[in-house]
Design a protein. Structure first.
Length: 201
């Protein structure tokens, strides 16, 4: 029973990462609003991108993150959004601790904490200005132990007009000199220590 609850907790955390990415793509206007659909997660209205390639990419990514999380080797997930003109921003989900969850009360606490994180991400536009161009690219980088997922190994995505296309080469992350760090949310409970940051690069 305890193992089943702990597995459920990890699945919930991966759902959170999935929805966080989808929501950020919507709020930062990476793709046209028509490819998103309104859904409910953690009793919060969320936007999910149903473009087949994007949806599949995010699903494959979070499947891999789930394996890293199961091995307790996940440190952080970084979502980069920007343009060729170096108008970049970085949203980081930094996992300091994720203890084994064995009770329903702990599971409920986890869900409540992640709900507050989604609510904070839903107002990300109050912390970051809009991009000046519609030609926006995004990428995800994952920090993990022992190269469970090699950093800078993601596929970048960009919008060209009203269509979506993929760039099948690894792009360099933007330089971090002169960056502005914006704390978004910190969760510190008996089972979860999570920090969310926005960085203007």
């Amino acid at each position: 029973m305890e193992k089943a609850i702990d597995k459920m907790a990890k699945d919930i955390f991966c759902d959170f990462i999935t929805i966080a990415i989808h929501n950020l793509l919507h709020s930062r206007q990476v793709y046209p609003s028509g490819v998103f659909k309104l859904r409910q997660k953690f009793n919060v209205p969320v936007q999910v991108c149903y473009h087949p390639e994007v949806f599949s990419y995010i699903s494959d990514l979070t499947d891999h993150i789930a394996k890293v999380l199961k091995a307790r080797k996940l440190h952080a997930v970084h979502i980069f959004i920007g343009t060729a003109q170096l108008d970049w921003e970085q949203i980081t989900l930094k996992l300091h601790a994720f203890s084994q969850i064995t009770t329903q009360d702990q599971l409920s606490s986890l869900q409540a904490s992640l709900k507050t994180c989604l609510l904070k991400l839903s107002i990300i536009d109050t912390y970051l200005t809009r991009h000046a161009t519609s030609d926006i690219t995004w990428r995800v980088e994952v920090d993990a132990d022992e190269n469970e997922m090699e950093k800078s190994n993601g596929t970048a995505w960009t919008k060209k007009g009203s269509t979506t296309s993929s760039i099948h080469q690894s792009q360099q992350a933007p330089a971090t000199c002169g960056r502005k760090i914006i704390p978004l949310k910190t969760v510190s409970t008996e089972v979860l220590k999570l920090e969310m940051l926005a960085v203007k690069l």
